[in-house]
Write a protein that binds this ligand. Structure first.
Ligand SMILES: [Ca+2]
Length: 384
């Protein structure tokens, strides 16, 4: 009975000791498990090993404490890093946005500047359009070169030759002309100039009506413009044709009256009395050659006297313009004059006449080769 009681007491004391020891390990165990639940499985394994060893080396509570402190430190560092990362990210985004704002500001500044320029340009275009279509578009220098000469004579000691703007009376158009102010007392409006053959005079009707070429060089002023000049009220015009031959001989043909009918009459030419040294090629030697009162013809508008055709030499001609190098002129059948053909030693091809003609100007009975020609008109003083 005494032995049994002793054994029971021993077992009880062992159980109590074991319980105390077990409680000491379990007091913080739930917290440790919960707190370490996010640590990786590999991280827990050494702890288990430590736990397994603690019975003989480091106690569980100290290991847990160390681990907790380490975890708190890591968490703190992580939090700091996250905060720093957040701060730098926010700063970066702020910088990027500021950069974008600055770029946008620069771009919108450039856009505004461009818009302003476009505005300025379009207002300028509108203004010049308005000027172009205004009733009095350009300040003209006079009605024609004779008028300009008369107007400037008292004010300017020497009036220079060159391009002037004229506005013939009773017309609504102003246009540029070349005025010869030196030749034979000046006042000449140039209506045609052929010198180097560089300009193309193979032109259709519309070009001969409107004019073409360069006023300072080779050009045809245009039938409409010449018509406006010579049809002014109370004026009479003379026509002067100045010729230079290939061997540098100068000659001229002059008509004391020159006018044109309007376009409905195909700008029919009317010539007064002839004077000069080159002969009256406009009228020729017989009525068939006479070009006075002939309407104007061009390659595409045939008003010549060959209707339906002429026999000239060995060839049959239907269009004098085509026969004469596709130029425009007052052709009859076809005639001895065509100042719009090519200057110099232009070749005759397939019987066609390609060079400047004034066939009454001859040397030893042979028509001279003409190097250059100018047709100019000037007012004749009238009593009125
Ligand atoms: Ca014909």
């Amino acid at each position: 009975m005494m032995w049994t009681t002793t054994v029971l007491l021993l077992l009880f004391s062992l159980l109590v000791a074991s319980a105390i020891q077990g409680n000491g390990g379990n007091l913080s165990q739930p917290e440790t498990d919960e707190e370490l639940s996010d640590t990786p499985a590999e991280g827990r394994k050494p702890f288990g090993e430590v736990k397994g060893q603690d019975t003989c080396s480091v106690p569980c509570d100290i290991a847990a404490k160390l681990l907790r402190e380490e975890k708190h430190s890591i968490c703190g560092q992580l939090q700091q890093s996250l905060l720093a990362f957040g701060r730098s990210t926010r700063k970066l985004m702020r910088d990027v946005m500021e950069e974008q704002h600055r770029a946008l500001d620069v771009l919108s500044g450039q856009v505004s500047e461009l818009m302003a320029r476009v505005q300025t340009l379009s207002s300028e275009v509108q203004r010049s359009n308005a000027e172009m279509f205004s009733v009095e578009p350009v300040q003209s220098h006079g009605r024609d070169c004779s008028d300009i000469k008369n107007n400037l004579m008292s004010a300017v000691p020497k009036i220079p030759s060159g391009i002037y703007i004229v506005h013939p009376e009773d017309t609504d158009s102003s246009f540029e002309v070349f005025c010869e102010m030196d030749y034979m007392e000046g006042g000449w409006t140039v209506m045609q100039r052929r010198t180097d053959g560089l300009s193309d005079f193979k032109r259709p009707w519309a070009d001969y009506v409107d004019g073409f070429g360069h006023l300072a060089g080779e050009h045809w002023l245009g039938l409409t413009k010449v018509f406006h000049i010579v049809n002014q009220k109370d004026t009479r015009f003379q026509l002067h044709i100045a010729l230079v031959s290939l061997d540098d001989v100068a000659s001229y043909a002059s008509y004391d009256d020159f006018r044109l009918d309007d376009e409905t009459q195909f700008f029919r030419i009317h010539l007064g009395r002839y004077a000069g040294s080159a002969g009256d090629a406009f009228r020729g030697y017989d009525q068939e050659q006479n070009q006075d009162t002939a309407p104007f013809s061009a390659p595409d508008v045939d008003n010549d006297g060959c209707n339906p055709s002429c026999t000239l030499g060995n060839s049959t001609v239907e269009s004098c313009s085509v026969q004469h190098n596709h130029t425009g002129w007052w052709f009859n059948r076809c005639g001895l004059a065509n100042l719009n053909a090519s200057p110099g030693e232009a070749e005759q091809s397939r019987g066609r006449r390609t060079h400047i003609l004034w066939d009454t100007w001859r040397r030893s009975g042979v028509p001279r080769t003409i190097r250059s020609v100018t047709m100019k008109i000037r007012r004749i003083a009238t009593n009125s």
